[in-house]
Design a binder for this molecule. Sequence first.
Ligand code: ZN
Length: 431
Amino acid sequence: MEDDVLFRELFSKIEELPVIDCHEHILGPKREVTRREPIASLIQGYVQSDLLSAGITQKELDILNNNEIETEEKWELFEKFWKKIEFTAYARVTRLIMKDIYGEEEISLQSILRVRDKIILPTEENYNSLFEKANIEIILSDVLWDFQILKKFIDGRLDYYKKIRFLFPLPQFHNDVRSFDFVQSVGALLDRHIVSLEDYLEVIYELLKRAKDRGIVGIKDQSAYTRTLDYELVPMYEAEKLFNRILSDPRNSLGWTEAKPLDDFLFHQFMNFARDLKLPVQIHTGHMAGIRNRIEKTNAVLLTNVFELYQDLKFDLFHGNWPYIGEMLFLTKNYPNVYMDLCWVNIIDPIYSEELYSRAILTTPHIKINGFGGDYFDVPEYIVSHLKICRENITRALVRLIKMGWIDEGSALEIAKDWLFNNPKSLFNLT
Ligand SMILES: [Zn+2]
């Protein structure tokens, strides 16, 4: 913790604020909970990307992730790579879990063996106690990309955690439209056999409408992983020609970049649907999970034509567009329908996040900043540890502005409350 009275004072007040977590991939507690080996439990999520970046092989990583292999047996391998990454922000999440949740100051074979019997499992009790202690009130979650889960949700048969509100998963409905079988698997969600592009669009609209009736609060798109964010306006006949090629022979399939005009056309149609149904759109921009992907295709600035065209549709841009900070600030300042979301970026790069929070105050209406999203799967201890780092980054940014004489402490706390709670509440119409 920082050696600064103002920081400590403000941080303790920010810790008390309620939080709307703007982005996770969780469904909720698991019914069947199996034992977890401590090293496997401590390297969940993004820290694995840093291990890979440090040179661990996938095969070695599989050994560390294996719950059946004992801690003593994998310690040497773990230590070798942990020493190479222990100072990254992802690794700090692991160190915080050790310290705050298990009460261990250091990571060593002895300390890991001591926590062996205390490993946090994804039970309802742990979800409740961790989230309540962290003051997380609502969690926006993106897991409906699995068609089985989506179907259950739409039919009202899905069992999920009480704090969750879902987003509709967009990417596959435009990005994966390459084959007859895929198109029919979408139709099957509504028990329909698709015979035209018009049919396909009708099915997507109906899916969105039913999902909205079941309580989704927006749409989520992370196709920047697999394509550029440059969505061109394509005439319908061009899209239809490609779509008909898929339908005319079940053995046909489209490749990338051949499929791009159809993909672009569908994306624009879905933006229209979102506008019609008054659903805000969350878009992945910037850095991607994993390794060996291309960053330039993910820069939010590529979406400029989309922001200009759909002026009454609200866009929540993810991950602070890391590492393109200037573009993020420009887009939020320049377009009334663009909001910035600092989910995940707080542990990608804490100093970048502090910089983004403080420069956002000076450049953009502070009601357009959504402060936190953990972006983890069903590992609640990672979510709350990430939130702690986010609260530190927010506090540092605000302390900097107080010391500049730009804001006073009272305003700082109001801003933090807007970032963590009021802004997402209003953008996603949460009650
Ligand atoms: Zn995510």
